[in-house]
Design a protein around this ligand. Structure first.
Ligand code: OXD
Ligand code: MN
Length: 590
């Protein structure tokens, strides 16, 4: 956020295309007033103070959590609503079996009805934003119109919002249109509609992050994945992390894991004391835009400027960087509070909650004090491990891509794909237990290809074809790996300690990328042998490590059959190369 500059052209006059669209949204929704966001610190502070005065935000303990606030959402509005999220393409096949589809005409009519007069008595906020560094050719812009000041505040943290973004739009024209209203927060009148062919998003009836901060999942993944296909790049649900080895070599790795599987923790990993000399730099924690570069490598930017992370479980042991980062200038959503007004969540070893996330006196019998999907919103530059290259307009070169899921069994701790094509199959086959980030049953295993099941804006079959095409253009393609930090023993206990120790697995991958480490071939790909992992200082018995690195052919034959059934549900659009790779795997499993 920049400092306000006097005597500038009013934002409402900078871009004719934006002004015309805002005017049509104003005529439809009939707000009491329109406010264009400049994106300055002063504006952010002023808006925050107003929301505190109006009782919409609670100011938290200023001594321990300076400039931190709490927002309590409507209890029916705490997660993404995948069943109410639609891709509205002219042809149903283009949205694919992986998406809910609605005819664009029907969707437009439905949304027109909902938006009609919905902002009466409210302020309409216009937020021009840029996803990615303002001066990067890899960035793309959008404008969100919303009647939620909470959404406006979040967008100001999560994106480069305000004048600079609008100047970029005015300079080169294109922008994604996002219209949002909280409506009456009625779960029965809640829809998140995407019109990729028109680069438009319409979201009604929810104020929750993934449904309402339209720059994030709606633009940077669903619409951007569509744009990326037509422009030859990839928009992915991936963190980006830089790892500097004790020898001083830095590699960047991009990792796709389903929601609430530890992407933020991995992006901010603290190396274990027993692996001295490693440094970790966060580029992004949730979304990566990956572009083939002129040098044949894949270059990545993080389109976001902040983190909208899951709070429970964050503590100095699991993620010291995140814990430090959220102690000031942070907007908390749906956490509990202590008697002296400090935020509290499950996983903190100190403090006692007195008020739960709904603002009621805390009673353990009524469930957790903080909502399991309670969140922090904080600027990325507050992260102690923020990479100096995160703002680089060229992005960072990617050495390895990593897919992963939350699986009690089947998937070993780590394996490497045989090549790019096999890697696309590995990504397409990701399965994971569901989490609290989306409404629905938690802990059920579902296929979540490339961790994009809720986020791919078009038919997965076409998406996998696009992945294969991007790979064929890369002279120096990243290696592709799969990890599973969540494997359990027969008693349900996690076998791998996770968190900082995940660096041991990443270090093996980087050694593979530089040709320095060995691996053993298996039916599913290449695995480290026990001696290939750096286990100095790791308190794990060899039996556990062997179990973590084991591939059970019988379980995998069943897995292959499941994957085949899943892939075949995409019919004739499915790239045959994926089935050929699957047959290859099956043959090698014996
Ligand atoms: C998120 C999600 O909020 O994936 O990042 O749900
Ligand atoms: Mn996510």
């Amino acid at each position: 956020m920049a400092t306000a500059a006097p005597l500038l052209i009013p934002l409402s006059q900078l871009s004719r295309a934006v002004t015309d669209w805002v005017e049509s949204a104003r005529a439809l929704t009939q707000p009491a007033g329109v406010r264009w966001c400049e994106g300055t610190e002063e504006e952010f502070r002023e808006l925050t103070s107003r929301l505190v005065r109006d009782g919409e935000l609670v100011k938290l303990n200023a001594e321990h959590f300076p400039d931190c606030h709490l927002y309590r959402s409507n209890p029916s509005d705490v997660a993404r609503v995948e069943h109410l999220t639609y891709i509205c393409t002219a042809s149903r096949q283009d949205a694919g079996p992986n998406n809910n589809w609605m005819d664009p005409k029907e969707a437009r009519a439905k949304m027109r009805g909902l938006f009609s007069g919905c902002m009466r008595g409210r302020t309409m906020y216009v937020i021009p934003y840029c996803m990615g560094p303002i001066d990067s050719p890899l960035s793309r812009c959008g404008v969100e119109i919303t009647d939620s000041a909470y959404v406006a505040l979040n967008m100001m943290v999560m994106t480069r919002a305000g004048r600079a973004a609008l100047e970029r739009i005015a300079g080169n024209g294109g922008f994604v249109r996002g219209l949002h209203s909280i409506g009456e927060l009625d779960p029965n009148r809640r829809f998140i509609m995407h019109f990729p062919e028109e680069l438009t998003i319409e979201s009604f009836g929810s104020g929750y992050g993934g449904n309402a901060l339209l720059g994030k999942k709606c633009h940077a993944l669903r619409i951007a994945s569509w744009q990326a296909r037509s422009e030859g790049w990839l928009a992915e649900h991936m963190l980006i992390v830089g790892l500097q080895s004790p020898k001083g070599e830095t590699h960047y790795v991009a990792c796709a894991f389903p929601s609430a599987c530890g992407k933020t923790n991995l992006a901010m990993l603290i190396p274990p004391a027993s692996l001295p000399g490693w440094k970790v730099f966060t580029v992004g924690d949730d979304i990566a835009w990956l572009h083939p570069g002129p040098d044949g490598r894949l270059w990545a930017i993080n389109p976001e400027a902040g983190y909208f992370g899951v709070v429970p479980g964050t503590n100095p042991e699991t993620n010291r960087n995140a814990y430090e980062m959220i102690r000031r200038d942070t907007l908390f959503t749906n956490v509990a509070v202590t008697a002296d007004n400090q935020p509290w969540w499950e996983g903190l070893s100190h403090g006692t909650p007195v008020t739960d996330w709904q603002g009621r006196p805390y009673e353990p019998a009524k469930g957790p004090a903080a909502h399991p999907n309670s969140r922090f919103t904080v600027a990325a530059r507050r992260n102690p491990s923020y990479s100096p290259h995160a703002e680089d307009p060229r992005g960072v070169p990617i050495s390895a891509l990593v897919f992963g899921g939350r699986r009690r069994e089947v998937a070993p701790l780590v394996y490497e794909a045989r090549n790019w094509q096999h890697g696309v199959l590995v990504g397409a086959s990701v399965a994971s237990e569901t989490t609290a980030a989306a409404v629905g049953q938690v802990g059920v295993v579902r296929r979540d290809p490339m961790a994009m099941q809720p986020f791919c804006g078009y038919n997965f079959a076409d998406y996998w074809r696009h992945w294969l095409e991007v790979g064929s253009k890369l002279a120096r393609a990243p290696k592709i790996f799969h990890v599973n930090w969540f494997r359990r023993d027969a008693h349900g206990k996690f076998l791998w300690p996770g968190f900082g120790d995940n660096l041991r697995v990443l270090a093996w991958m980087l050694d593979r990328c530089s040709g320095r480490a060995d691996a053993a071939a298996s039916g599913i790909g290449l695995l480290p042998r026990v001696q290939d992992l750096d286990t100095r200082g790791l308190s794990l018995d060899e039996g556990a490590l062997r179990a973590l690195l084991s591939v059970d052919p019988a379980l995998w034959r069943k897995e292959v059959a499941d994957i085949r059934t899943y892939l075949q549900s995409y019919g004739s659009r499915l790239p045959q190369a994926l089935l050929a790779e699957l047959e290859n795997t099956e043959r090698q499993l014996g």
